[in-house]
Design a protein around this ligand. Structure first.
Ligand code: TEU
Ligand code: CA
Length: 552
């Protein structure tokens, strides 16, 4: 196929190390724990592992606050463990991509320590402002002002995330060179790519002016895809990843498909993680403003990305990650139809054009968790949200905020991976750092592998199909039934091969009329999420969350 690339044909599996597998009983997942499960990942059939940060860090934001880019956090293990993981993966023809967090460091990184102490060499490594008050009105993604006062230097510094995550000053050439050198250091170790954390926040408007635009996060105008972002990205690619055969995934906030074309493709990144479809079940006030799923909105967004990147570019496909709730709870049904809806979402994920990303536990249909007490919350973002909500007049008690936390908190995907029905779901012999989801006795890897009808086996089958048929990977996408409010249907075509995909996103029973399923040649049903799926016909009846893939 024209434009073929290994990373287009790959399936990515995201490992959140802290919650994957703990081998020494301290309640924290570790690198030896991942090594122990490499065969599990190979059995599932995934090709690439994206590892969330494992670097030295005070863990104010679970490792997205890096204190040393070239060291492994002792709770995760040693550099030797990391080397061994890479080797074990490569031995099985699997690859490893690392998280690159260079919009900010930890305030415990040596650069920041020196910068705050006034070491001239590091003076301009961060955004310092010598003002009496906060230098501007920008907000942090985790709530409150993006500025904090530092006593040692007697100045304010910028942090778009937690106050322990000061933003690096990319205007400073020395900062860029240090970052590129660190990236080359990892590339030379033989990694297969990077996932680049909030990479489009690295450029800020000169002079750091107040934001005057209404209706979006305050400051966004001046730091989302800022004036020099494209130039910095080009420099980064030329100096580092452009010289290696690697996969690059940029996480970009507030980027639409049209803008994405500027960053993805030849001389750019392989693909990018966007947020547009993460807003199809929220109201105007953002992530904590819970609304019901707008399927027509989802169709519009997905179709736009599929069509816009079809010829030049590539899509990253995901329904969940460590920052989002569990996909089955959010877009499916996590009780009566857990199994069916988890399989339906998998059908959807694997039949769009792009590289599918599976977040750990998704392959067994893991669900959102309950947070009965606010003390069970671990994530800084959710903790700040609860605190601010209770400070405001809108809520009186945690009980009132709780449903929102349970629906949206990032902790939902950070609960321990459920391996078996034994203590702590087989994750740890000790006390896990975050509570185990109560459903682990039924939802776990062991049970799923024993049951041929499980979500796990369905993922396996889809991975096999995608590997066997190029049309899954490279086929052109056409939306069918554009105005249907409950069924998402589309066609994929490559040369003589054609796939017809139908996914019922709701718990209703309904019939659809699809002329593509009638005609001279009767299409063959490749796979469906109900056992007793009938032979195809022009009119098809769909059960709750039913999904089918036909091939012609
Ligand atoms: O996420 C960026 C990001 O946009 C999220 O913080 C988002 O605002 C929030 O999760 C929505 O609920 C990346 C990492 O994936 C995240 O884990 C980090 O906390 C963040 O950057 C800072 O490094
Ligand atoms: Ca451990």
């Amino acid at each position: 196929v024209d434009g073929a690339q290994w990373w287009k044909e790959s399936v990515v599996y995201q490992v959140y190390p802290k919650s994957f597998n703990d081998t020494n009983g301290d309640g924290i997942g570790d690198l030896p724990g991942i090594i122990e499960k490499v065969d599990y990942l190979a059995d599932l059939g995934v090709d690439v592992i994206w590892l969330n940060p494992v670097y030295a860090s005070p863990m104010a934001d679970n490792g997205y606050d890096i204190a040393d880019y070239r060291a492994i956090h002792p709770a995760f293990g040693t550099m030797d463990d990391w080397e061994r993981l890479l080797e074990e993966l490569h031995d099985r023809d699997m690859r490893l991509i690392m998280d690159l967090v260079v919009n900010h460091t930890s305030d415990e990184h040596e650069w920041f320590i020196r910068s705050r102490e006034g070491d001239p060499e590091y003076d301009e490594y961060y955004y310092w402002q010598d003002t009496d008050e906060r230098p501007n009105n920008w907000e942090s993604f985790f709530g409150g002002s993006a500025w904090s006062y530092d006593e040692t230097r007697d100045e304010y510094y910028l942090h778009l995330f937690d106050e322990k995550q000061p933003d690096l000053n990319w205007r400073n050439e020395a900062v860029r060179q240090d970052v590129f050198e660190m990236m080359r250091w990892w590339l030379e170790k033989g990694i297969d790519g990077f996932r680049m954390d909030v990479i489009n926040l690295i450029s800020k408007t000169e002079g750091l002016p107040d934001d005057t635009v209404d209706g979006e996060m305050t400051g966004a105008e001046h730091f989302v895809s800022g004036p020099k972002f494209k130039a910095y990205l080009t420099e980064l690619v030329t100096e580092t990843v452009g010289n290696y055969d690697v996969m690059t995934v940029g996480e970009m906030i507030g980027v639409d498909a049209e803008e994405a074309q500027e960053y993805v493709g030849e001389d750019g990144l392989s693909m990018l993680i966007h947020f547009e479809h993460m807003g199809v079940d929220t109201g105007d006030d953002g992530k904590w403003d819970v609304a019901t799923l707008d399927l027509l909105g989802l169709k519009r967004i997905i179709t736009d990305w599929q069509e816009t990147l079809a010829d030049s570019g590539w899509n990253c496909l995901y329904l969940s990650n460590h920052d989002q709730p569990r996909a089955v709870s959010r877009f499916g049904h996590d009780e009566e139809f857990r199994r069916e809806s988890a399989k339906m979402l998998a059908t959807f994920l694997f039949t769009l054009q792009g590289t599918p990303f599976i977040y750990q536990g998704q392959e067994i249909g893991m669900t959102n968790t309950s947070f009965a007490e606010s003390s069970q919350i671990r994530d800084v973002e959710a903790r700040n949200f609860v605190e601010n909500a209770l400070d405001s007049d809108a809520y009186e008690s945690y009980e009132e905020v709780r449903p929102i936390v349970e629906s949206r908190s990032r902790d939902n995907t950070r609960t321990p991976m459920q391996w078996s029905d034994t203590r702590n779901a087989g994750f740890s012999e000790g006390e896990p750092w975050i509570g185990v989801n109560e459903d682990y006795e039924t939802v776990n890897v062991e049970a799923a592998r024993d049951d041929p009808e499980s979500v796990w086996h369905y993922y396996r089958d889809l991975i096999d199909l995608r590997e066997a048929l190029d049309v899954f990977v490279y086929g052109e996408y056409d939306l069918l039934l554009p105005d249907h409010t409950e069924v998402f249907a589309y066609r994929r075509t490559l040369a003589d091969d054609e796939l017809i995909v139908v996914c019922n996103f709701f718990d209703s029973e309904l019939s659809i009329d699809l002329p593509q399923l009638t005609g001279d040649e009767t299409p063959e049903l490749l796979i469906g999420n109900y056992e007793d799926t009938d032979a195809p016909a022009g009119d098809i009846d769909l059960r709750p969350y039913e999904a089918r893939i036909y091939k012609r």
